[in-house]
Design a binder for this molecule. Structure first.
Ligand code: AMP
Length: 399
């Protein structure tokens, strides 16, 4: 995959109508935006285009309306927030490629900006339908993709539109592929990757790809237990994917052959069962990872493991982290995840957190400013770490 893509500064935009795909899929509670991080991250590109005198048409998906017009997934709160942040009125079209969208787009003056309604209100969006993409592109002369969080999807607005317009990336995508691309292609060593989360099956290709690149691979979270089982340890009632035991053995062997240090939990926080409710009170014990009782379930890494993982981070020059170390939704079982976030925050290394739960943990703990880069894309950053080609980036013009 070539990450050396043209960006907004490599193309003439003055006086041109520019269609910009953003990731405005922000969390909402009762119609109120609870985090506007994704909107704020899109501002540099929008401001640059406005400053250059482009006519800016913004578009994004929100939620999963499945091709229907669903009022609660309207981008109206986003248009209001953009209006506040930009200090200019950002009108929202009543539709995505309909009459109102086209009329508002045609009326744009240089330096003005508007927002199309949710791209997923039309079922052709997620099918990457050529007609839909062409209609959307017909309103503009240049296409800019800045939606890193949706770049792993080949949809009409994230990739299809690039078939009809010269296509470049915005500053956010440029930053994401710049930091993560360098870490994978030419990392400062030692390079340590930390993977967690529930299932091994979700991370098969990431583990495989990272084993060819890192000096140390750390595995925690629910997925660690299948690895422990593959080493012949009894894991009680902890999460186990029997179909992946051979895969884990293969990865353990690959690590050994490549000289990669693979660290697994040496001790574990166990309980009688999964917490119910997930954030409810729970009685726990700590046991060594080779002494998990038959009737107990591992739900977080133990204190010795927290220290082991933190020491590995301390020695690193580049750290990539994706996935929680335990059932972090429960305060009693969040200590492992907090310890890893703390280790990254304390480190002088280049630290990269790949979206989703781990990014939320760093933000909630107030560590965000101490991390080199927190990706705005959960799924996208994971596919990036897998070494997969992201359609929303592959479709852009090479430098
Ligand atoms: P993922 O979606 O794969 O990133 O996994 C995140 C989920 O994994 C979180 O909701 C955690 O509660 C869960 N998780 C982490 N560790 C464990 C564990 N030891 N047992 C069960 N679930 C876990």
């Amino acid at each position: 995959m070539n990450y050396n893509k043209k960006n907004v500064e490599d193309i003439a935009v003055a006086g041109k109508t520019v269609l910009v795909r953003c990731d405005f899929n922000v969390p909402l509670k009762d119609g109120v935006i609870t985090s506007d991080k994704r909107i704020v991250e899109a501002l540099p590109t929008i401001k640059y285009l406005m400053g250059q005198g482009a006519k800016v048409i913004l578009c994004s998906h929100m939620g999963k309306p499945k091709g229907e017009v669903v009022a609660k997934y309207s981008l109206a709160p986003v248009a209001a927030r953009l209006t506040e942040l930009l200090g200019v009125n950002v009108p929202l079209a009543a539709d995505t490629i309909g009459e109102d969208a086209k009329a508002k787009a045609a009326a744009l003056k240089n330096g003005e900006v508007m927002l199309l309604e949710n791209t997923r209100f039309d079922k052709r969006e997620e099918k990457n339908d050529a007609e839909f993409a062409k209609e959307m592109a017909s309103m503009a002369e240049v296409y800019v993709n800045d939606a890193f969080g949706a770049a792993h999807r080949a949809h009409a607005s994230t990739a299809g539109a690039a078939d009809y317009l010269p296509a470049v990336c915005g500053y956010l995508i440029q930053k994401e592929i710049g930091v993560m691309g360098k870490a994978l292609a030419d990392p400062e060593r030692p390079f340590v990757a930390i993977l967690g989360g529930a299932k091994v099956a979700d991370k098969l290709n990431v583990i495989d790809n990272l084993l060819s690149k890192v000096d140390t691979l750390i595995i925690g979270g629910g997925m660690a237990y299948t690895f422990l089982a593959a080493q012949g340890k009894s894991i009680g009632t902890s999460l186990l994917d029997e179909t992946k035991l051979d895969y884990c053995r293969e990865m353990l062997k690959k690590a050994e052959e490549k000289g990669v240090k693979l660290l697994l939990p040496i001790d574990t926080v166990v309980a009688a069962s999964f917490p119910d409710p997930i954030d409810g009170e729970i009685a726990v014990d700590v046991v060594d990872s080779d002494k998990i009782p038959a009737d107990k379930m591992g739900l977080d890494i133990g204190p010795k493991t927290r220290e082991l993982f933190a020491d590995a981070v301390k020695a690193a020059k580049t750290v990539v982290w994706n996935g929680p170390m335990g059932v972090f939704e429960n305060p009693t079982l969040a200590k492992g995840t907090i310890a890893v976030a703390q280790a990254l925050a304390d480190s002088d290394a280049i630290t990269i957190v790949g979206g989703g739960d781990s990014a939320a943990a760093c933000e909630q703990l107030g560590f965000a400013s101490k991390i080199t880069h927190i990706s705005t894309g959960g799924g996208a950053s994971l596919e990036f770490l897998e070494g997969r080609e992201l359609p929303g980036i592959a479709c852009l013009l090479d430098k």
